[in-house]
Design a protein around this ligand. Structure first.
Ligand code: UDP
Ligand code: MG
Length: 315
């Protein structure tokens, strides 16, 4: 296999990058001599000195390559760019904050080279040290996602993984603009070994994900990998029609039996508002998919590179 590329998306990570680099270098040194390492840092439009720190590494270490985006395009874009530019026969994807333990590179490597897996990925079995509400929402999201989509998303799965060139090519062949990597990894299939570990707190710096950002991310995931909400919209329409028919029959029968049906305005108002709400919800769901289609049809690039290490083509 020869070369192992470590792809690292970085967004305002100046505080933690030196520790990360050192830790991975240490692990790299423990590998067989025949395995060469390559670092590919993707600076996702950081506002701090992340790029300067990376350039500092590159100056004295020829294994370090980097791409720097013209603005913050998001982690998904950074992952895509990293995979596109990776040269290794094996490619590993790691967060910069040391939440992905570098010691796992070796077992991942063994799983692929010795046990015949195409891909080895890490999965958190606990979410210790994370706000309770966040863990709860994340669990619900994975539960729903598994039920309504055909992308096999494992609870607690991280983006931390090592894969063969074949898997990388498969992921790159998914060229959509709205990228939800966790879904794409599951969708392309292949034999994946899951390595489990306890949650580890960020080594330094801050998380880039607020609850609101995570909510938007989960909506992105659902609309990118499932059309179940559309089915839900039509289903609730049919169900409400059923309820309306029953109500109409009820009123007719009551009118025939007792007469004088001019009462019940408050309940009528409630029903009108309720149905109006459902209709707006359904139009909203349609809108979500339409918006996605619109963005997809424009075929904008997923990211734009402003600066890169010398040998990088300016794609
Ligand atoms: N990241 C990125 N672009 C963004 C947000 C995050 O490249 O817009 C990177 C970040 O630098 C880190 C990884 O994605 O290497 C995971 O981010 P973070 O640790 O903030 O997320 P968490 O681990 O809390 O889910
Ligand atoms: Mg993190």
């Amino acid at each position: 296999m020869g070369l192992i590329t470590i792809v690292v998306p970085c967004y305002n990570e100046e505080a933690v990058l030196p520790a990360f680099y050192e830790a991975v270098c240490e692990v790299a040194a423990s590998f067989k001599k025949s395995e060469a390492f390559e670092f590919l840092f993707v600076d996702d439009g950081s506002a701090d000195s992340t790029l300067a720190v990376i350039q500092g590494f590159a100056k004295h270490d020829r294994r370090v390559r980097y791409l720097s985006f013209s603005r913050n395009f998001g982690k998904e874009a950074a992952i895509y760019a990293g995979l596109r530019h990776a040269k290794g026969g094996l490619v590993a994807l790691m967060d910069a904050d040391l939440q992905d333990p570098p010691d796992y590179l070796k077992p991942m490597y063994d799983a692929i080279t010795e046990e015949g897996y195409d891909c080895a990925a890490a999965r958190r079995v606990s979410r210790k040290g994370e706000p309770k509400i966040r863990s709860f929402l994340a669990r619900r999201f994975y539960g729903i996602m598994r039920r309504i989509s055909n992308a096999d998303i494992v609870d607690g799965a991280r983006d931390y993984r090592m894969m063969t060139r074949q898997v990388v090519e498969a992921i790159l062949s998914v060229t959509e603009y709205n990228r939800f990597s966790k879904g794409i990894f599951g969708w392309v299939g292949f034999k994946t070994k899951w390595l489990e570990y306890e949650n580890i707190k960020r080594a330094a710096g801050e998380t880039k994900w607020s609850v609101w950002k995570l909510f938007k991310y989960s909506m992105e995931g659902i609309t990118a990998f499932s059309v179940a909400p559309l089915a839900l919209a039509s289903f609730s329409g049919i169900a409400l029609c059923g309820v309306a028919v029953i109500a109409i029959l009820f009123i007719i029968v009551r009118q025939l039996l007792y007469g004088g049906s001019a009462f019940g305005w408050p309940s009528m108002a409630c029903i009108v508002i309720f149905i109006g709400g459902i209709q707006l919800l359904c139009v909203g769901i349609l809108g979500q998919y339409l918006a996605k289609t619109y963005l997809e049809v424009k075929e904008r690039p997923v990211y734009i590179v402003r600066e890169a290490s010398e040998e990088e083509a300016q794609v």
